[in-house]
Each structure stands twice: as structure tokens, then as C-alpha cells.
Write a protein of this length. Structure first.
Length: 100
């Protein structure tokens, strides 16, 4: 039997080094924070009518407008978080490619 290579055990998978170099974990935390913040602000503006009342009437099936806008805020938060992560990771990749 052959013994496993010691370097292979300590390095881990090659994608782990790439994710660490691109700071994906940090970018994800920043993206989630920004996404939740923007969605919470948009939800508050809409629900509490901070910019004034909506000029038209609309019916919302099954649940009221608060629940529908909460679902919309969740989608908005996840899309914003994903966008921030992609942009921050791309910026990091460009900076790393210039240093090589």
C-alpha cells in the first residue's frame, strides 16, 4: 500500500485555497449584511409609508400586503447579497491578477 502524500492532506481541496484567496467568506458576510440592510429599509419605507401613501388600491390574496412585501424583501435581500458578493469577489480577483 502506498502512503498518502502529506502535502495533499494539509492543503485540502484546490478550491478551498481559491475561495480563501478571493476572500469569499468575508465577501459573503458583507453581502448578507448589505442585503438585509437594504431590504429592511425598503420594507420599512413601503410598510410604514415613509414616502407617502401609495396612489392606487390593490388587493392581496390569502394574506395582507405586509406578508407579500416581506416575501419580496427576502427575495430582494438575497439578490442584493448575491450581487454584492459577485462584485466584491470580482474586484478581489482583478487585484490578485494584477499582483501576479
Amino acid at each position: 500500500m502506498s502512503e498518502p502524500d502529506a502535502d495533499a492532506e494539509t492543503d485540502g481541496p484546490p478550491t478551498a485555497a481559491l475561495l480563501e484567496a478571493l476572500a469569499v467568506k468575508r465577501n459573503t458576510l458583507v453581502g448578507v449584511g448589505v442585503g438585509i440592510g437594504v431590504a429592511a429599509l425598503a420594507y420599512a419605507v413601503r410598510i410604514f409609508e415613509l414616502l407617502g401613501p401609495v396612489g392606487f388600491e390593490r388587493t392581496y390574496p390569502i394574506v395582507g400586503p405586509e406578508a407579500w412585501f416581506l416575501l419580496l424583501a427576502i427575495v430582494f435581500a438575497s439578490a442584493t447579497a448575491l450581487g454584492v458578493v459577485v462584485v466584491l469577489t470580482a474586484i478581489r480577483a482583478v487585484r490578485l491578477s494584477k499582483n501576479v
